[in-house]
Design a protein around this ligand. Structure first.
Ligand code: NAP
Ligand code: MG
Length: 500
């Protein structure tokens, strides 16, 4: 399995998946734990059936996980050389690939997404991400400084910095790319030498629980990787635990604000990767052949349940009619159905609750005066939402300002570059954006004016482990990927040495 070459074979459910679904367990201090409290159901969005029952972590479970992570930091893990951390991480990446089809099927079953995306993003790109981060474990370094103080007279000083693991990391992840988001957090934390307690979203805990088993199999010492399951209350208990040194969160802006506020009560460092409402700006001179990838990858990747999904489309007047006709035709051609069949490009949204949210946003768009351009039927059973494009949406309405997080986008015409940039920036979010044009001068002039953590040119929604990723404005605080990701899990200690 390699990035860029997804396996197109349809899936029959593997016996490993069936066996795993019988009794998924949390991993605390290297032990499989069922939890004392009643568990909760995980559903298959393709038909609404119950897939598995998963433990709810009690406060005592949260406490034990954090204490296990602290003990690991104080023990074998804390003293382990970087090269050994690298080796364990590479082993884990291999295990993810070796168990790739099982993980991909679990992801499609719990999340609904195409098995192709599960293979490509959740499995292959997660394995590559681990390998990339594994390499950094041996490259952590500080700096040496000349300092100018000379007190008392005759004393000389030299200073250097040490980069030390921040300690126990609480990682909280969303449901849209469950295994990938788990790895985006756990891999740099492990490379930095931290121990982790991960709390995946309640809709999609299964691949993170299987990941924990593979981490144990890879040979990480007990307590280095802990995965606990539960709802937002479990996440809140984890965030507030005094034994946690660092919080890393990916999810909605609303929950991110709560977590950030809690983190500040004890001044814990916090990385927040939050919501988005990305603009895609199509200029008159763009290559119209790119409208295919713009739709499939930019707008409707993962059925629009992507934090960077192109949700607000701005089209220059000269190509407006043609672009709208093409976008309608492409969107109408996307097959809708179960993610286990790789031919289906629009899959069910993640849950009954999210289905109601997306349908509610579409209804609200219409009530607020926007014109729906499509009338596509969706399968009746399961949480399927037919894709929708809106014209005439007012910029101050919910459909333009709030996350739909489904296969829905607005299309708005513009005339000048100034107008396009003003419209693109007219949002509280600032995660991703894209400019589509053949004019390199326009690109170089406009990129600095776009308020977003990532600006793609003639593409959209493509992350890379080596490319910093994160949000301007209310889309977050901090950056993941690249060396910066490691810095999120390191403290800097200045050491000042006097000599005479
Ligand atoms: P969410 O509702 O904010 O939940 C995210 C995680 O936080 C879940 O594990 C959730 O647990 C937990 N949680 C809820 N309340 C909490 C609290 N008070 N304290 C601690 N943890 C709490 O987000 P979602 O609906 O799962 O995911 C979709 C959102 O994620 C969208 O807004 C999307 O834009 C954003 N996202 C951002 C990025 C990025 O990199 N910027 C990437 C992907 C997704 P339960 O679900 O179990 O309640
Ligand atoms: Mg949730």
């Amino acid at each position: 399995m390699r990035i860029g070459i997804p396996d197109q074979a349809p899936s029959g459910i593997s016996p490993d998946v069936t066996a795993f679904l019988k009794a998924p367990k949390m991993l605390i201090n290297g032990q499989s734990v069922g939890g004392e409290a009643p568990g909760f159901d995980v559903f298959n969005p393709a038909d609404g059936s119950v897939l598995a029952q998963v433990p709810t972590a009690s406060e005592a479970d949260v406490d034990r996980a954090v204490l296990a992570a602290r003990a690991a930091m104080a023990g074998a893990w804390g003293g382990m050389p970087g090269a050994e951390r690298t080796r364990l991480m590479l082993r884990l990446a291999d295990l993810i690939e070796e168990n790739g089809e099982e993980l991909a099927q679990l992801e499609t079953l719990e999340n609904g997404k195409s098995i192709m995306l599960s293979r490509l993003v959740e499995v292959a790109s997660s394995a590559e991400y681990l390998r990339y981060m594994a390499g950094w474990a041996t490259k952590i370094r500080g700096e040496t400084f000349d300092v100018s103080i000379a007190v008392p007279p005759g004393t000389r000083y030299t200073a250097y910095t040490r980069k030390e693991p921040v300690g126990v990391v609480a990682a909280i992840t969303p449901w849209n790319f469950p295994l990938n988001m788990c790895v985006w957090k756990v891999a740099p934390a492990l490379a930095a030498g931290c121990a982790v307690v991960l709390k995946p979203a309640e809709e999609t805990p299964l691949t993170s629980l299987r990941f924990a088993e593979l981490a144990r199999e890879a040979g990480f010492p007990d307590g280095v990787v802990n995965v606990i399951t539960g709802d937002g209350a479990t996440g809140a208990a984890l965030v507030q635990h005094p034994g946690v040194d660092k919080i890393t969160f990916t999810g909605s802006t609303e929950v991110g604000k709560k977590i950030g506020t809690k983190a500040m009560e004890t001044v814990k460092p916090v990385t927040l990767e939050l919501g988005g409402k990305a603009p895609m700006v199509f200029f008159d001179d763009m290559d119209l052949n790119l409208l295919g990838p713009a739709t499939g990858i930019g707008m409707f990747f993962n059925s629009g349940q992507t934090c960077c999904a192109g949700a607000r489309i701005y089209v220059q007047k000269g190509i407006y009619e043609e672009a709208v006709a093409t976008l309608k035709a492409i969107t109408s051609s996307l097959p809708i159905g179960d993610g286990m069949n790789p031919a289906n490009q629009i899959n069910p949204v993640v849950s009954a609750k999210h289905f109601d949210h997306v349908k509610g946003m579409i209804a609200r768009g219409i009530a607020d005066g926007a014109t729906p351009l499509l009338d596509i039927a969706a399968p009746g059973q399961g949480y399927y939402v037919a894709p929708q494009l809106f014209a005439d949406a007012r910029s101050d309405t919910a459909i333009m300002q709030d996350e739909v997080f489904g296969p829905v986008a607005t299309i708005t015409p513009f005339e000048t570059e100034e107008e396009a940039i003003a419209m693109a920036n007219d949002t509280r979010y600032g995660l991703g954006a894209s400019l589509w044009t053949r004019d390199i001068n326009r690109v170089m002039k406009l990129v600095p004016q776009v308020q977003a953590g990532t600006v793609w040119v003639n593409s959209h929604n493509i992350p890379d482990q080596n490319m910093p990723f994160g949000g301007f404005k209310q889309s977050g605080i901090g950056r993941e990927h690249g060396t910066g990701a490691l810095d999120n899990y390191l403290e800097t200690k200045s050491v000042c040495v006097a000599y005479s």
